[in-house]
Design a protein around this ligand. Structure first.
Ligand code: ZN
Length: 575
């Protein structure tokens, strides 16, 4: 696969490719255009002929010829590769996609599958309390089977030992997110919990949620899998895998908050349900659902927090040019408790009488937004709707509901646009990136000078990096970049689009001569000082910790080698 990508990229001219989709204008050694991925009148979109990459300095998207075609045509990476291969007359070899990366994912999928089998088995053999709990909530055996519910044993090592016996490697087990490292070794994350497996849309288990069964101190009612190589929170919807066909058949989806609500709705026959897991719906989740329906029904808790969350979710949906309906349950009720008390028919009435988000907002007494707030809230999202037709339709609706003229709404929208442009608030990612400029400098050197790699590898380790993004880039570049690699190919070292964008940005920057030795020294100093601070905190409490005291000496020694000045300050502080 990598050879294929390299072949295609080396025989493709990015200016040619992008120029066939949008008109490009030469600007110095680069080409420019208004960005095709966000709405703008100026030309922030830059294509570098020399480096064969593109980047938008407005919205941050960046990549090479293949990713441009992928994103512009909204097709898969492989489809885009095939398209460009044809264009360049390259015959794709039939090797497997990036075997190394693929197999790592496969191992994680396998770990999750085995774990799920183990949990399900536990529920039958050892989970009498969990079974009683499910029975008391009148969850049927069929539902338990169908949704593959399980039970994690009340043990710190049961799952670990089970998987270890099944010949999984400890390193892979640690990467799975199913275990934590503690002072006593590796321990199971999920203990004595009712287990809900989270399936991806293709049916692979990628995460778990665990519900507490016995009251415990210092732990939440639910524990969820952390982010791993196969799972990003907010990218999946609980239960969609089981209900996706019902959703498209019924042409509507009920979006609830949690596992138990889902369970109850599903059990009662509302089989067009998903749970958003976490109160706010992400745009990724919405686009998953959009494949099956465009009729969204929010059915969150009836209290103020639930309504607030439903409004927030509706706003996200509105940004995509769609409108939700909101089902408001009586205060203190969630779908689960409501169904237990009032039954199926009564809930069906609520669904049938659900009101449009705009109407809901207009009449809402609970959140008590002012009229002005409501309109601001709506216009903020309308502004993000890309499709001009849905934007106009929605503006019309807002104007009718709030009895305002479309014209005044439009001029308000224009005002906002201008204000928005000026502010252009940096995201948290940008903040992180700007904070660690030394790390960026090292990466700039690594990207532009392969000869520096050996020295950097000797001097720095990835745990010297504080920014997660730079750390990831550092590791990949240091171990995979080689002499001959084309700039456009470098981006293929990274799977994550956000990381790709950052790398493309660095590649496009000019690189004034940076003194490698100085940058290495700065990062080392920062790391040593950080270590020192941590040690000092412990020594404060534990004055006789000789081991740490001697470690402290070693660090000061190291600092003094790098910079005598800093040592004087550090020592002075000690007295
Ligand atoms: Zn852009």
């Amino acid at each position: 696969m990598n050879n294929n990508i390299e072949d295609v990229l080396s025989r493709t001219d990015i200016v040619d490719v992008i120029g066939s989709y949008i008109p490009l204008k030469r600007a110095g050694s680069n080409f420019k255009a208004p960005c095709p991925f966000h709405d703008e009148k100026t030309a922030s979109f830059v294509v570098s002929e020399k480096k064969q990459i593109f980047k938008c300095f407005g919205c941050g998207v960046a990549g090479n010829a293949i990713t441009f075609v992928r994103d512009y045509e909204k097709i898969s990476f492989y489809e885009a590769l095939k398209k460009l291969a044809e264009r360049a007359g390259v015959k794709l070899q039939n090797d497997r996609q990036n075997p190394e990366k693929k197999s790592q994912h496969d191992i994680l999928y396998l770990i999750y599958q085995k774990t799920n089998n183990f949990f399900r088995d536990n529920l039958v053999k050892h989970g009498s309390f969990a079974r009683d709990y499910l029975e008391s909530r009148s969850v049927s055996k069929e539902t338990i089977e169908k949704l593959e519910l399980g039970y994690s044993l009340n043990s710190y090592t049961a799952l670990y030992n089970h998987l270890f016996k099944n010949k999984f490697n400890p390193n892979d087990l640690l990467k799975s997110g199913l275990f934590n490292k503690s002072a006593n070794g590796t321990i199971d994350v999920f203990r004595d919990r009712l287990m809900f497996p989270i399936h991806s849309i293709t049916g692979k288990i990628v995460a778990f949620g665990g519900r507490i069964l016995h009251k415990q101190e210092n732990t939440g009612k639910y524990v969820n899998s952390p982010t791993t190589d196969i799972y990003t929170k907010g990218n999946e919807l609980y239960g969609l895998y089981f209900t996706r066909y019902n959703i498209s058949r019924k042409k509507q989806v009920l979006i609830c908050e949690g596992y138990m609500d889902y369970l109850r709705l599903y059990e009662t026959g509302f089989t067009n349900v998903v749970a958003s897991l976490g109160t706010s719906l992400t745009s990724k989740q919405i686009s998953l659902l959009e494949r099956y329906t465009s009729n969204f029904y929010m059915i969150y808790d009836g209290d103020k927090a639930g309504i607030k969350a439903a409004v927030r979710a509706s706003i996200e949906i509105l940004k995509r040019g769609l409108v939700t309906k909101i089902i408001t349950l009586p205060d203190q009720e969630d779908p689960d408790s409501f169904l237990v008390k009032h039954g199926k028919d009564e809930l069906q009435k609520y669904i049938d009488n659900a009101i449009d988000f705009f109407k809901f907002l207009e009449n809402d007494k609970i959140l008590a937004y002012t009229e002005k707030n409501k309109i601001e809230l709506l216009l903020d999202s309308v502004q993000e709707i890309k499709d001009p037709v849905s934007r106009e339709i929605i503006i019309k609706e807002i104007s009718e509901i709030f009895s305002l003229s479309s014209n005044s709404l439009l001029s308000k929208l224009n005002q906002k646009k201008h204000r928005y442009k000026k502010k252009d608030e940096p995201s948290t990612v940008t903040n992180e990136l700007n904070k660690y400029l030394e790390e960026r400098s090292i990466i700039k050197i690594l990207l532009n000078d392969v000869n520096s790699h050996k020295k950097v590898a000797q001097e720095l380790k990835s745990d010297y990096f504080l920014s997660e993004i730079y750390k990831k880039i550092f590791e990949n570049v240091l171990y995979q970049l080689h002499d001959e690699m084309k700039k456009s190919m470098i981006l293929e070292l990274f799977e994550d689009a956000e990381v790709q964008n950052v790398v493309a940005g660095i590649l496009l920057e000019d690189h004034p001569e940076l003194l490698l030795a100085n940058v290495i020294r700065d990062i080392k100093l920062r790391k040593y000082k950080d270590d020192l601070e941590k040690i000092d905190v412990i020594i404060q409490k534990d004055k006789n910790n000789l081991e740490l005291k001697s470690e402290r000496k070693v660090i000061i020694e190291k600092i003094s080698e790098l910079s005598p000045k800093v040592v004087r300050k550090t020592l002075y502080k000690e007295n």
